[in-house]
Design a protein around this ligand. Structure first.
Ligand SMILES: [Zn+2]
Length: 188
């Protein structure tokens, strides 16, 4: 098993994108936090199991890490919609076993729901998204309905609106490619 120091573990995320859970009995809360972090603008999150919220390594005791990894992966497959498959890694940290799960939201996905509910992170607090907020995210993160401003994912250029429109058999289509080879995405 790979080893990791407590400092390296903390460096895997920042306040907005990292949360620790003391044990796997808090799996559900861990997944809700992961859901909230990927739904935030950072679009990624890391949850460490076997670590106190203050970063103290407590380990996962005699847990069978292989089967725990598998059950976390299966749980994610069943509960996230759209599908979100976290990477789940086992480490030895300060001589104790910990599990780290990390995931990122694809930019074309406005938000993920976990077990029928969407969560969001505000500061270090995880809360449920209201229907109007979900509708707002669907609009603001949807390239076809977004009116700008836009930012290129390659060169970082800003644009007020997407100026390229291609005429296709299905009608006019916005074009999202920038001359640098990057793509325009909502800059929010
Ligand atoms: Zn560009």
């Amino acid at each position: 098993m790979a080893t990791i120091t407590a400092g390296e573990l903390r460096a895997m995320g920042e306040t907005q994108t990292l949360e620790f859970k003391r044990s796997l009995s808090l799996m559900r809360e861990g997944f809700e936090s992961l859901c909230a972090m990927v739904n935030s603008n950072e679009a990624r999150g890391v949850v460490g199991f076997g670590v106190e919220p203050d970063g103290t390594i407590v380990g996962l005791g005699a847990t069978n890490l292989d089967s725990a990894q598998q059950s976390l992966a299966n749980h994610a497959t069943q509960k996230f919609d759209p599908r979100l498959q976290p990477t789940i890694q086992a480490f030895q940290c300060e001589g104790l076993p910990v599990l780290v799960m990390s995931a990122a939201r694809a930019r074309g996905t406005p938000y993920h729901e976990y077990d029928g509910r969407a969560f969001i992170r505000v500061g270090s607090v995880t809360r449920q998204l209201q229907l109007t907020e979900k509708q707002q995210l669907s609009l603001s993160r949807n390239r076809d309905t977004h009116n700008g401003p836009w930012r290129c994912d390659k060169c970082g250029a800003f644009a007020g609106m997407v100026s390229s429109v291609a005429i296709t058999a299905a009608g006019p289509r916005k074009v999202y490619t920038h001359s640098c080879g990057g793509e325009w995405w909502p800059a929010t």
